[in-house]
Unconditional design. Structure first.
Length: 131
């Protein structure tokens, strides 16, 4: 994939579209469709991130980098789950879901604007230089 950032940040938009459909659904079929669409966002992001990690870090560091990424993601999930009771006490559930979806879409659009058209170039230097 030559434009990895485009795929990665498009994942945020795909996820957001699915959540907007779920939040605004008036019948279960629309909510199911939204869930189906949103389910593609996670793998789009994760696969591109794993490709970045494999191409940009030496083999002995890949597990450490992926582990750090997982810790940061889990901290974000914990903050979201921990704050959800407060958020949904202050906002209706649909409004909270829409707000999260629009923030995600905004991050995706900003990422595409900033990095999306960049063609990927690996940063890892080959250790076999042939001295």
């Amino acid at each position: 994939v030559r434009r990895r950032a485009l795929v990665m940040f498009s994942a945020f938009i795909v996820w957001a579209v699915g959540f907007v459909l779920m939040a605004t659904a008036t019948i279960p079929l629309v909510a199911i469709l939204g869930s189906f669409i949103a389910s593609f966002g996670g793998p789009m992001d994760n696969l591109m991130a794993l490709l970045y990690i494999q191409d940009d870090f030496a083999g002995e560091n890949m597990g450490k980098v992926y582990g750090l990424r997982m810790v940061i993601m889990e901290l974000g999930y914990s903050l979201g789950v921990g704050g959800a009771a407060l958020y949904y006490h202050l906002l209706p559930v649909q409004t909270g879901i829409l707000l999260a979806a629009f923030i995600s879409a905004g991050c995706g659009l900003f990422g595409i604007w900033r990095f999306g058209l960049t063609i990927y170039q690996p940063h890892l230097q080959s250790s076999a230089q042939g001295d």
